[in-house]
Design a protein around this ligand. Structure first.
Ligand SMILES: Nc1nc2c(ncn2[C@@H]2O[C@H](COP(=O)(O)OP(=O)(O)OP(=O)(O)O)[C@@H](O)[C@H]2O)c(=O)[nH]1
Ligand SMILES: [Mg+2]
Length: 619
């Protein structure tokens, strides 16, 4: 028996190891500020405070114990490597860099700030894009409704599914409601995160063969900017295939993670290749070698917009040149232009340039263009953006393969289709349609009427103004028609903000706005909130009073937001910013830190001037 066991053990171990050496890659997607990085930190067991906005994608590798199927003994507990790709949720990244990860991942996590209702539509939009993408079809998804600690967060599965149209998804999915920020002093990670993550891994493992057959590991060419000429070949790495073998060595401790950026991939490759005696490529570090990096054809007299040195290099360029080299090249470029040749004397002189020139941003920036192209009517803009969108993703039959949501809360079955947009579940009647929105969901419930409870008192103005000072949010938009707002009030602007009615409700028009009289309905809430919840303001704010005056309010009876009223009577809650909230022409709404600063605790602290969405309590 002993021999037989030994034999079978010997013969089975290599195969088993081979079979179970399943490196899993997971993408974490979601809007900026949703909490993606915080969630990843939580999964790693690291502190989730002081997280800076992600500027370029990072891959983190963690190891987790992986039980072999049908064997619970410790000896067969293997370590499984899980790579987690953390992307930036900024609009530019969403459009340009997310794509490159779709065929590298076995499954993904979609993180939503469940409390930020004025961005639900934006969330629906990007989720739709993900779900419809061929490379992601039928890959398992974990939905994380984050920021449950925030007032008004969607906290039940029924509402969540309805809101994001995920009820009929054919894909295997799970929904967890969580807070990436620790809710007690012990810094304990929310169990829902770990639970959801484990389920996702399990699902991937169960379907590994099929999912892995669709994985295409990145095979890309690093190409420098075209203008840099032929000599640039020295800096190119052809067919630099990144494989799991090339990853840094990983310790077997659970949750111990190695973080590396795309640039660090280079380091890893270099290290490995030098170990193997194949030192083919050297990373360019330090001051630029002018013999390697050709000078750009910059004519002295030519004025050009140029990228500031700290501005994030477009991560959309897959596996782009090491940022150090590019930074050096840019510095070089600046220096070149500092030495101007006088057209009169022919002398080459060094120009005095204000240090502020480093803060200059190119006017060709995306968001600046967008701002110009948008009309006052954000709905119009939104419809315009949506025109070419295909709609049908779901099965018409009620079918869901939510395999691991059996233990989650089951809401009461809706008496009519939850997809019937005009149906108000609270009042059992059909709403009058007064809006010509391209999105016909019950968004009025959340996005128009939810955040209308702004009152301003001296205390909150004080605290807002402090916040505004820090984050430069007290400037006003030329599109903002409302004159009642104090200059000290930070304004938040979203392309998707359709808070046309907010102003009416909060200021002059609240009495003219009819409600359905729902127990949970809106306007009475004003009295319940002596404090100020900061209103999110659309840059394209359009006081469409004629429409809003007759717009009925309806709120879902399943939303328990109002239960919290008493808990927050003195809270002044501030909403966050959106992609368009930027005054420097950058598409980023939050101050972004350089790639090199990321995950460096020292720099992180120094650079953390993001405008947090936190709840501020008055004294
Ligand atoms: N109150 C609260 N704040 C949270 C929670 N999770 C994250 N945050 C905060 O939300 C902000 C954004 O968090 P990040 O993790 O950087 O969000 P992200 O999705 O990675 O954002 P990008 O990197 O810009 O795409 C930070 O200020 C976090 O501290 C949460 O559960 N509750
Ligand atoms: Mg992030």
């Amino acid at each position: 028996m002993g021999t037989a066991s030994c034999k079978s053990l010997k013969s089975s171990i290599p195969n088993q190891q081979k079979e179970d050496d399943k490196t899993i890659t997971i993408g974490v997607f979601g809007l900026d500020d949703a909490g993606k990085t915080s969630i990843i930190k939580a999964i790693q067991g690291e502190p989730t405070d002081n997280i800076s906005p992600t500027t370029s994608s990072k891959t983190i590798t963690i190891t987790r114990p992986h039980s072999v199927k049908n064997d619970n003994s410790d000896k067969n507990k293997l370590q499984q490597h899980v790579q987690i790709i953390d992307v930036s949720g900024e609009e530019r990244s969403r459009q340009q860099s997310w794509l490159q990860y779709y065929d590298q991942i076995h499954g993904y996590i979609f993180v939503i700030d469940a409390s930020e209702r004025n961005r639900f539509r934006e969330n629906q939009d990007i989720l739709e894009d993900l779900l419809e993408h061929d490379k992601l079809k039928s890959k398992p998804i974990l939905f994380l409704a984050n920021k449950q600690d925030q007032r008004g967060a969607i906290s039940n599965e029924y509402d969540f599914k309805r809101k994001f149209n995920i009820d009929r998804l054919k894909t295997k999915y799970n929904i967890e409601f969580c807070s990436a920020l620790p809710q007690n002093r012990k810094n304990k990670v929310d169990e829902s995160i770990e639970q959801g993550f484990s389920c996702l891994i399990q699902t991937i493992n169960d379907n590994y063969k099929e999912l892995n057959s669709r994985i295409i590991k990145p095979k890309s060419i690093r190409i420098n900017r075209q203008s840099e000429g032929d000599e640039n070949k020295n800096l190119r790495t052809k067919n630099s295939k990144i494989t799991s073998e090339k990853l840094p060595s990983i310790t077997s401790n659970k949750n111990k993670a190695k973080t590396y950026s795309d640039d660090e991939d280079d380091d890893n490759k270099n290290n490995l290749s030098s170990i193997n005696g194949l030192n083919k490529k050297k990373k360019v570090v330090g001051a630029p070698n002018t013999s390697v990096i050709p000078k750009k054809n910059v004519r002295d007299t030519e004025t050009k917009a140029f990228r500031s040195t700290y501005e994030a290099f477009p991560e959309e360029t897959p596996w782009s040149t090491p940022s150090t080299a590019l930074k050096s090249a840019r510095s070089d470029d600046i220096l070149t232009r500092l030495n101007t040749k006088s057209s009169l004397t022919g002398d080459t002189k060094r120009r005095d340039v204000s240090p502020l020139i480093r803060d200059t941003k190119s006017y060709t920036n995306n968001s600046a263009l967008k701002r110009d192209n948008n009309s006052d009517d954000d709905e119009e803009d939104y419809s315009r953006l949506q025109k070419s969108k295909p709609i049908s993703r779901f099965d018409t039959s009620p079918y869901s393969t939510n395999r691991f949501s059996s233990n989650t809360k089951q809401p009461p079955p809706p008496s009519t289709s939850i997809y019937n947009d005009n149906y108000s579940s609270t009042n059992n009647h059909y709403k009058l349609t007064t809006s010509n929105k391209s999105y016909n969901h019950d968004d009025e419930d959340d996005e128009d009427n939810y955040i209308k409870k702004t009152t301003t008192n001296n205390k909150s103005i004080k605290s807002y103004s402090q916040l505004a000072d820090r984050s430069n949010l007290n400037k006003r938009s030329t599109y903002d028609h409302d004159d009642d707002y104090s200059i000290s009030k930070p304004t938040n602007r979203s392309k998707y903000n359709d808070d046309d009615d907010d102003d009416n409700t909060n200021h002059r028009w609240s009495s003219s706005k009819p409600t359905t009289g729902s127990k949970y309905g809106g306007d009475d809430d004003d009295d319940d909130y002596p404090s100020s919840k900061m209103t999110t303001h659309s840059k394209y704010n359009n006081d469409n009073r004629a429409l809003s005056a007759s717009k009925p309010v309806s709120r879902s009876k399943y939303e328990d937001d109002d239960d919290d009223h008493n808990d927050y009577t003195s809270a002044s809650k501030k909403n966050t910013y959106s992609s368009y909230n930027n005054y420097n022409g950058s598409s980023g709404s939050r101050p972004r830190v350089g790639t090199d600063d990321f995950f460096t605790s020292k720099n992180e602290t120094n650079n953390t001037n993001r405008f947090r969405k936190n709840t501020y309590y008055d004294d």
